[in-house]
Design a protein around this ligand. Structure first.
Ligand code: FMN
Length: 370
């Protein structure tokens, strides 16, 4: 297909290819004078187990391409997750890539970079033209694995791999294990959402002191320097607290609510049992808490804030996490159809589904349509 017929450009193609997450390797070899060469490559792939074959591809524009085209051997150094600097070093041009880099000689003297997760020492048995790249096929002659975690690359960024042991939570899962897993999954989602929305987001759990923020993700305009992990919030005057009050069993929250009512300082919407019951019922009906301009946290954040909070449910239907967004009330848009509310709603619904919580049919209509 000619370039003019393509419905995508190379930038879009790169982005799509970046959705395929890979490890990172540095391919090393020696030139005829015995000088080491190497480049960072994530085009590496296994081909065959018997015989043991692998491939990688190199850009024809790589200054080191003439060397690799000539070389009989190469080593695939699979980088460990603490070798981002090595990856960056070998992704740059220049003759001094090996200066200060600790290596050991492998078969034929080809350098093995110290500290890698694994090594494949290969003989080049073939090469194939592949557009603006050449594909090298290598026969694996010696292998080694160090046990270090591998570096990961995807979406144009270095990543760290974690085992995917979440699945759906079985009926036998203890509540604490369920919550730990939920925090792990939600933390990743929160980081992505905060990057996307550029708002301050918090992850709340019900701790032994009540509503507790276990993770903050700041926006580029942090609301305050007082965003402490472990911050315990009031039940009746915080969005996070009200969400737990609305969805946790009343016996869990009752003593905290009684203590706060006895202290006073609660707004009229929550000041007696009947008013509070109605407010919590409204929260359940809308599926979220919205606090528009409250001074309750002026001491903490130094400003009047608005906040919203969405619940995340576990497989037993219990609220396991609170997703909260806060911001100065004069700039945070907590409108029903705004980006923030829409984004948090979708995130909370997805998390509940991933945790085996709400089945799709029990998610409010408006969320399903997103
Ligand atoms: C994560 C990552 C993966 C890369 N994968 C490849 C690859 O598979 N093939 C390639 O030719 N260049 C790849 N590159 C780019 C080369 O590392 C870069 O062009 C390098 O400068 C080539 O080395 P040279 O200048 O010594 O020839 C990659 C770079 C990065 C950061």
């Amino acid at each position: 297909m000619s370039a003019s017929q393509q419905a995508f450009d190379s930038r879009e193609l790169r982005q799509v290819l970046g959705a395929f997450v890979t490890g990172v390797t540095v391919i090393t070899t020696l030139d005829r004078q015995g000088r080491p060469h190497g480049l960072t490559a994530n085009s590496f792939s296994s081909v065959s187990l018997d015989p043991p074959l692998i491939l990688w591809s190199q850009s024809l524009a790589s200054p080191s391409h003439p060397v690799f085209r000539e070389a009989d051997r190469f080593v695939v150094n699979i980088l460990a997750d603490d070798q981002v600097d090595i990856s960056n070093r070998f992704a740059r041009g220049g003759a001094d890539k090996f200066a200060g880099c600790q290596t050991d000689p492998g078969l034929g003297g080809v350098p093995l970079i110290r500290g890698c997760a694994a090594y494949l020492e290969c003989r080049r048995i073939d090469s194939f033209p592949g557009g603006d790249h050449v594909v090298f096929l290598g026969k694996v002659e010696r292998i080694e694995r160090s046990g270090s975690q591998s570096l990961v690359f995807g979406g144009g960024r270095y990543l760290v791999a974690q085992p995917h042991d979440i699945g759906t939570l079985g009926a036998g899962s203890g509540a604490n294990i369920a919550r730990l897993k939920a925090v792990r999954v939600a933390t990743r989602a929160l980081v992505e959402l905060s990057d996307e929305l550029d708002e301050t987001l918090g992850l709340g759990v019900w701790g032994n002191m009540g509503p507790t923020i276990v993770r903050w993700e700041e926006s580029s305009q942090p609301i305050s320097e007082n965003l402490r992990t472990g911050l315990v919030l009031p039940v009746l005057t915080s969005a996070t607290g009200l969400a737990f009050a609305a969805w946790l069993p009343p016996e869990t929250t009752a003593s905290f609510i009684d203590a706060e009512l006895a202290q006073g300082g609660v707004d009229t919407a929550s000041s007696d049992t009947a008013a509070l019951a109605q407010r919590l019922a409204e929260i359940r009906a809308t599926g979220m808490v919205r606090l528009l301009g409250t001074d309750a946290f002026a001491d903490l954040y130094g400003t009047r804030i608005s906040a919203i909070c969405l619940p995340v449910f576990d497989p037993t239907g219990a609220m396991v996490l609170a997703l909260t967004a806060i911001g100065a009330s004069d700039r945070l848009d907590i409108g029903e159809s705004g980006r923030l509310v829409t984004g948090l709603r979708a995130c909370a619904a997805t998390l509940s589904q991933r945790l085996g919580g709400l089945p799709p049919s029990s998610i409010p209509q408006e969320e399903q349509s997103q």
